[in-house]
Design a protein around this ligand. Structure first.
Ligand SMILES: Cc1cc2nc3c(=O)[nH]c(=O)nc-3n(C[C@H](O)[C@H](O)[C@H](O)COP(=O)(O)OP(=O)(O)OC[C@H]3O[C@@H](n4cnc5c(N)ncnc54)[C@H](O)[C@@H]3O)c2cc1C
Length: 568
């Protein structure tokens, strides 16, 4: 087992790695983090993936311990806007389909929407996302995923959110359920928070520049040369130096495999925009709005909005992109400073080379369309812990790590390619070129099948990459609902159970809307800025007033739980 671990880089990746390793490895002698006083962090990366809760659970941090310090809020879905030729929006929720008589509700929606909707029954005339899931309506009405007493709205996973018990599992590899939400946060504040956590537990912080990396005869890293602290040696080096890949790419010469042939967006311009959350509420979802040369993210934090335009540098200049972003945001962007970022899209051929493991942007990155950057970090750290060798790294272990990490990043790349090829937009050169960009064979083969039928667990990429078949199905239905026909066999199956399931979703949605607090009120309450017992409903923002009223009228939120359970 490595005795001394040296992490280079103090961004989100560096401090997530140091905090996790310190907690996971009692017997490692030292963990040191070297962070440059000169080179900044990327400092965006504010939307996350639903599995991130496992990371905080592992560190034994409850939401109220870290969320207020990081201006964090909740995210139940991504709202895709204008990704279809005719405009409009759809949600990609953190919510699996229910399954009725062996077929998921996406399939049933395709079958029933056409006929029974016309008769005012069936899945109703609701779009597929509102018909199949409760989350879209909760998002529209700015609801919190938790009741004031802390219970999460989806009773199927409530025990995982209980503070008393804590989840039985805290690792991605054993994760079997779908958590219904992720987080939005200020990435710089999270890095600060984790720095404090790690340093209090014995991680040493060294503020200095690594100015050289000296190799041993076998090509591994012998030691690092720093500007102020001289030579620094370790048994294992973790490269968290971001897009630079200072150790893994520059010093060890590991090639970087670009995804530029398949994903065209390679630049971003970001703004931090003030917001009055109390007056406007907090949207519990990320928005991804398609523009002429890419798409704009909007990430609501407790105190402000993070927004940015991810675009193709071949289709827009930085000046054009900034102008388009400012025009999209409107007057709220006035006076906000733009941060222009060149993105390295792809991955190091191998993330683990000799005695160095790259984590974070140094390992790999795809455009943040599904908020996977921090998920890659979490995955890389967990796999590192599982692959730590007894003595010096052995070839089979390193190979296994590299395969697992590579497959995960490639799997997400393929899923993102689907976002572009699945969309029917072709109104600008970017959208036409995005569809002509080379499609990995893995995507091309599957897409041919998915034009006939919706993705299912057997037809998606089987390697772990965080996304389940429901996500693929949702994206295809959302991007162009005529993409797949319903399964012919469903014509032969009695639809009554499916009709009942759609009706139950409508009823459950109505109940949750009446009983869940608003996202703003829940977070304000968590932060101690909203005292529930002392206030009259009229003093609350609209969402909480409805919630309290609904709870009284319907005998408390327990009813909602029972309603959920009946469907689970
Ligand atoms: C435009 C954009 C939007 C994104 N949005 C999301 C999102 O919504 N969700 C998500 O999950 N992820 C997102 N990401 C990814 C996310 O930002 C990163 O995964 C995350 O911030 C980790 O970055 P990092 O720590 O690897 O690198 P960085 O933040 O770049 O940190 C690098 C560190 O290395 C240090 N360093 C560099 N050189 C030296 C040296 N010579 N000596 C000492 N130290 C050195 C720097 O000082 C710094 O501390 C986004 C990324 C971009 C570019």
């Amino acid at each position: 087992m490595a005795k001394d671990i040296v992490v280079v880089g103090g961004g989100t990746a560096g401090w997530m790695t140091a905090a996790y390793l310190r907690k996971a490895l009692d017997r490692v002698g030292s963990i040191r983090v070297i962070e440059s006083p000169r080179v900044g962090t990327i400092g965006v990366g504010e939307a996350t993936f639903s599995t991130l809760k496992l990371f905080f659970d592992f560190l034994e941090l409850r939401e109220r311990d870290w969320m207020p310090s990081c201006n964090a809020s909740y995210k139940m879905a991504i709202r895709f806007v204008d990704w279809r030729r005719g405009g409009g929006h759809f949600y990609h929720p953190f919510q699996r389909y229910e399954v009725v008589d062996g077929f998921n509700l996406g399939e049933w929606w395709l079958r029933l929407n056409a006929e029974e909707a016309r008769a005012g029954e069936g899945a109703g005339d609701a779009p597929f996302d509102y018909a199949c899931f409760t989350v879209p309506a909760l998002c529209d009405h700015l609801r919190s995923p938790r009741f004031f007493d802390g219970r999460v709205f989806d009773s199927r996973v409530q025990s995982f959110f209980s503070e008393a018990e804590g989840p039985a599992n805290k690792a991605l590899v054993e994760h079997r359920v779908q958590y219904p939400y992720a987080y939005h946060f200020d990435a710089a504040l999270l890095a600060d928070f984790l720095r404090g956590y790690a340093v209090r537990r014995g991680v040493e912080q060294i503020v200095d520049d690594v100015i050289d990396v000296r190799l041993a005869d076998d090509g591994s890293i012998d030691h690092l040369v720093t500007a102020e602290h001289g030579a620094i040696r370790g048994d294992l080096y973790v490269d968290c130096t971001g897009f630079r890949g200072l150790l893994v790419n520059r010093a060890l010469g590991e090639p970087f495999v670009s995804f530029g042939q398949s994903l065209l967006c390679d630049r971003a311009v970001a703004l931090q925009v003030p917001a009055d959350s109390r007056a406007q509420g907090i949207e519990p979802f990320t928005t991804a709005t398609a523009l002429d040369a890419g798409w704009v993210w909007k990430i609501p934090l407790y105190h402000r909005l993070g927004t940015g335009y991810v675009y193709s540098g071949a289709h827009a200049s930085p000046e054009q992109a900034e102008a388009a972003l400012r025009s999209h945001v409107g007057p709220a962007a006035d006076g906000c400073t733009a941060n222009h970022i060149a993105m390295r899209i792809g991955r190091s051929r191998n993330s683990w080379v000799k005695n160095c493991v790259a984590i974070g942007l140094a390992s790999g990155f795809v455009e943040p369309l599904e908020s996977t950057g921090i998920f890659f970090i979490q995955h890389g750290i967990e796999e590192l812990v599982r692959h730590l060798p007894n003595g010096s790294p052995d070839e089979a272990v390193v190979k296994s790590y590299n395969r697992i990490v590579g497959e995960c990043i490639d799997g997400v790349r393929d899923f993102l390619v689907l976002h572009y090829v699945g969309s029917d937009r072709d109104d600008t050169a970017f959208w036409r070129d995005a569809k002509r960009a080379s499609m990995p064979d893995s995507v091309a083969d599957r897409l041919a099948l998915w034009r006939r039928r919706l993705p299912d667990p057997k037809s998606i990429n089987p390697s772990f990459h965080g996304f389940e078949s429901y996500s693929y199905s949702v994206m295809l239905l959302g991007l162009n609902s005529r993409h797949a026909a319903s399964l012919p066999v469903l014509e032969q199956v009695d639809e009554r159970n499916a009709l009942a399931a759609f009706r139950a979703i409508r009823e459950r949605t109505a109940h949750l809307l009446a009983t869940l607090p608003s996202c703003y009120d829940y977070l304000a309450h968590m932060r101690g800025e909203l005292e529930l017992p002392a206030i009259a409903p009229s003093a609350l923002s609209a969402g909480a007033a409805i919630a309290l009223e609904g709870a009284g009228r319907q005998g408390g939120a327990d009813r909602g739980e029972a309603g959920e359970q009946a469907q689970a």
